[in-house]
Write a protein that binds this ligand. Structure first.
Ligand SMILES: Nc1ncnc2c1ncn2[C@@H]1O[C@H](COP(=O)(O)OP(=O)(O)OP(=O)(O)O)[C@@H](O)[C@H]1O
Length: 451
């Protein structure tokens, strides 16, 4: 199967200084790859290089081929020759355009999608493979629009502060899918609905939305281009922990429903374990370990990965210690139901998005578009070896040589709190339904090695 993204020997330099060294991996259609590593390990630069958005001053060698040739031409306008062209607004999510790209202080750089606006590809070459390292900018722009879209950590700077979000979502739909009038309005409403925002959120300005709502808008904009690969660079890091979990759930569902491939960048192992099938562990600009998430987590072979896994286990163990005593689930003597015995009421999402099935909650703007009284403008600051991604064939990787649990594993079983409720990690969105890889973090903490 042809890879959607094939990265080979990617090396990124700042003058003579090597920031990313000889990184290689493939992302097959539908694969979910987690790129994990500590701050400064080169995750964001890798994402920027593969989307052709490296900041000025940095150079890349090697290749990063985005291949749109396998696109579904019936569903994909780009494959019919209508492709994205350029960043339209000064504030569109192109880090290079802001001069903030690569600035470690900016972390996620700027949020949103990598490119907006559309044009026609007169030659109808939207489906061609493009090496994002060496291709001319015009070709890279096409590939960004037609094949891959990016969601960054901070959505606010991706959004034009003076434009209602509906108009911002409409832009790629209008230009890219050539929708107009009622069809365009309906598509905007559908895009908002897909990210669980009510239709009248379209009339809000970005500052009238919460951070989670803004990230939903950025996701809607990214998906409007119908990309086959979504690159998400720490998309939940700037959000509080409950909102993180909701955005992760949303991304998880959208990627599944659309059959997209996902390159998910995070420093948070449980988050990566939850959303990715295959992990690449990056340290000091090098891939030190890669393989199916379950085996990387269950039997990490590199000392650095073992440290990451041990750290995640310690979080769970700490929560076990802090868990409240068990509360009996039986009814009280007076017949009142015991705490926790009833079904949890459905509530709106903590970022203000309505719970599935609930009535849409009006956003903070009134129907005429003016900010609602009391609406609170949210204060925001702004291995050298080739890896085959999940979905493109099994990657052999070694288990710990003697089969013993990883160094630093805690003896305490962290799999559930003492009252039987599932453990949840502080400061992370790993709570909730985990992939089997995520479960490995918990299971392997009982001292059993897993493969
Ligand atoms: N524009 C730039 N010029 C020079 N060095 C840069 C530039 N951008 C990033 N770097 C350096 O490259 C290295 C990798 O940075 P990168 O932003 O990719 O790390 P990261 O793993 O994404 O970290 P974080 O999780 O903190 O975003 C760091 O040492 C960083 O200081």
């Amino acid at each position: 199967m042809t890879a959607l993204l094939s990265v080979a020997g990617l090396t990124i330099r700042d003058g003579a200084r090597e920031l990313v060294h000889d990184v290689s991996f493939d992302v097959a259609p539908g694969a979910r790859i987690g790129l994990i590593g500590e701050s400064g390990s080169g995750k964001s630069l890798t994402a920027l290089a593969v989307t052709g958005l490296l900041p000025p001053g940095l150079t890349a060698t090697g290749s990063a081929v985005l291949d749109g040739s396998a696109r579904d031409t019936a569903a994909d306008p780009a494959a019919r020759g209508v492709v994205q062209d350029s960043v339209e607004h000064g504030l569109a999510g192109d880090p290079a355009a802001h001069g903030t790209a690569g600035d470690p202080a900016a972390h996620g750089l700027v949020g949103g999608i990598a490119a907006r606006g559309t044009t026609e590809d007169p030659a109808g070459r939207g489906g061609a493979a493009v090496d994002m390292v060496v291709a001319p900018e015009r070709q890279r722009i096409r590939a960004r629009g037609g094949v891959a879209a990016v969601v960054f950590q901070e959505p606010l700077t991706a959004l034009d502060p003076l434009m209602r979000v509906g108009k911002q979502i409409a832009e790629p739909l209008r230009r890219w899918r050539r929708l107009r009038g009622a069809a365009l309005d309906a598509a905007v409403a559908a895009a908002l609905d897909e990210v669980r925002l009510p239709a009248d959120a379209a009339r809000s300005f970005p500052h009238e939305l919460s951070g989670g709502q803004r990230q939903r808008v950025a996701i809607a904009m990214a998906l409007a281009c119908r990309p086959r690969l979504l690159i998400a660079d720490e998309p939940t890091t700037a959000l509080d922990v409950t909102v993180q979990a909701e955005i992760l759930d949303l991304l998880d569902g959208l990627v599944r429903d659309r059959g997209m491939a996902l390159l998910f960048i995070t420093h948070d192992l449980p988050v990566a374990a939850r959303i990715a099938d295959h992990l690449l562990v990056l340290r000091d600009g090098r891939v030190v370990e890669s393989g199916p998430a379950a085996s990387v987590i269950g039997s990490p072979s590199h000392e650095y990965t073992r440290t990451l896994v041990a750290g995640a286990r310690r979080f769970d163990a700490a929560l076990d210690l802090a868990a409240p005593p068990a509360i009996p689930l039986s009814a009280g003597e007076d017949g009142t139901p015991a705490v926790g015995s009833g079904p949890a009421p459905r509530s709106a999402a903590s970022d203000g998005a309505p719970a599935a099935g609930s009535d849409p909650t009006p956003p903070s703007a009134t129907s005429d578009g003016t900010p609602a009284a009391g609406s609170d403008p949210a204060p925001r600051s702004g291995a050298g070896d080739r890896t085959t991604a999940a979905g493109s064939g099994p990657t052999p990787r070694s288990a710990a040589s003697d089969g013993t649990p990883a160094a630093g594993s805690d003896p305490a079983p962290p799999s559930a709190a003492s009252n039987g409720t599932p453990a949840a990690g502080p400061g992370r969105a790993g709570a909730g339904p985990l992939t089997s890889a995520g479960d490995e973090i918990r299971k392997s903490s009982d001292g059993n090695a897993h493969d």
